[in-house]
Design a protein. Structure first.
Length: 325
């Protein structure tokens, strides 16, 4: 399997820390020093996840020199679907990917890495050839904009890659984990409103509560589990941290990126970060950051990338891959 194309899209509108301090009691100094975030892109009510995801996918398909009708499978990693029945089919229609089967995959900020491993299974078994994997989230819709502990962190965007079979399998190693016993640390939970249908029967009318997070616990979890799972994936790849050209982590917090790099002894110049401009874009963060490195010519074909996603579930996973073909 090889990664032969990438693309990304994000809202044009950016909100700086300074501007955000007019919304909640915070400061550029607090946000930047604790997280590395300086601004985030925010989608308007008229913009859609489908729109960003389609744009990112279109770019990735073009880079891979394919036509949308060549695509066999579209996987959408998202936690913010525009239809709970699934959003991927809308992207399939917008792309005109008439032959593709399309479905959603939900694993929060681990979604892209979980999706990469899922796509690899279809390609390795020869079932599908041309796969588009999209990571897209519009968390600004689900953040409590009065909660300064969470609203300063998140931004919106989408990133996509094309995956295809190759003589050599360039997904070199991976490891995935879940721990539902710590689920309460980070939620975007269903909330039922009690509605009596008859004297005897009541149902719960559905809505979702805004994002809640125990930041310190999630930080502890990430700082401990992410280096561990990358080491596991490197072991499966028969590589060491010395072989890694790029550390591409889910963009949650610059301090987490630095701590993981330090643990693995990976120098700062190999650590990819787009936090300052985009904040935490959840499932989009890895492909969004990857696309910038590739398009700006920094990441070259054959470079070895250690990627890891982590977040709600709790879930975490690492994938070691070689970019390009
Ligand atoms: O993508 C999913 C994965 N998510 C993550 O990886 C998030 C992991 N966690 C973190 O990145 C950090 O825990 C945060 C950046 C969320 C918070 O940083 P922290 O150093 O853990 O801060 P804290 O929650 O311990 O809060 C410290 C202080 C508190 O004040 P007191 O109680 O010490 O007086 C907070 O009320 O900072 C206060 N505070 C703020 N002050 C200004 C919390 N949020 C803000 C804010 N502006 N936005």
């Amino acid at each position: 399997m090889a990664m032969t194309g990438c693309g990304s899209a994000a809202p044009a509108v950016s909100l700086s820390n300074e501007e955000l301090s007019q919304v909640v009691e915070t400061s550029d100094e607090w946000i930047a020093s604790r997280t590395g975030i300086r601004s985030r892109r925010l989608a308007s009510a008229n913009e859609s996840l489908v729109g960003f995801a389609t744009e990112a996918a279109r770019e990735a398909i073009a880079m891979a020199n394919l036509d949308p009708t060549d695509i066999d499978l579209i996987l959408l990693a998202t936690s913010t679907p525009e239809d709970l029945f699934g959003t991927a089919c809308q992207i399939q229609a917008q792309l005109g990917a008439t032959r593709a089967v399309a479905f959603d995959l939900t694993a929060a900020c681990s979604g892209f890495v979980f999706g990469l491993v899922t796509a690899a299974q279809f390609i390795r078994t020869g079932v599908y050839k041309n796969v588009v994997l999209i990571g897209a989230d519009v968390l600004s819709r689900w953040v409590d904009w009065e909660d300064r502990r969470t609203c300063v962190l998140f931004g919106d965007g989408a990133g996509a890659v094309v995956l295809q079979p190759d003589d050599r399998d360039r997904l070199l190693g991976f490891a995935l984990r879940s721990d539902g016993t710590q689920n309460s640390y980070l939620n975007l939970a269903y909330r039922a409103e009690h509605v009596a249908l008859t004297d005897k029967v009541a149902i719960g009318r559905g809505t979702f509560a805004p994002i809640t997070m125990n930041g310190q616990e999630v930080y502890r979890f990430a700082a401990r589990r992410v280096p561990e799972i990358i080491e596991k994936a490197l072991f499966h790849a028969e590589l060491t941290a010395n072989d890694v050209d790029w550390l591409l982590l889910h963009q949650a917090n610059q301090r987490i990126l630095d701590a993981v790099a330090q643990r693995l002894k990976i120098p700062p110049e190999k650590v990819i970060s787009n936090l300052a401009e985009f904040g935490n874009t959840s499932a989009a963060s890895i492909p969004l950051a990857l696309d910038a490195e590739v398009r700006q010519g920094r990441m070259k074909s054959g470079d070895i990338v250690a990627s890891a996603g982590f977040g709600a579930g709790l879930s975490w996973g690492a994938a070691i891959f070689e970019w390009g073909c």
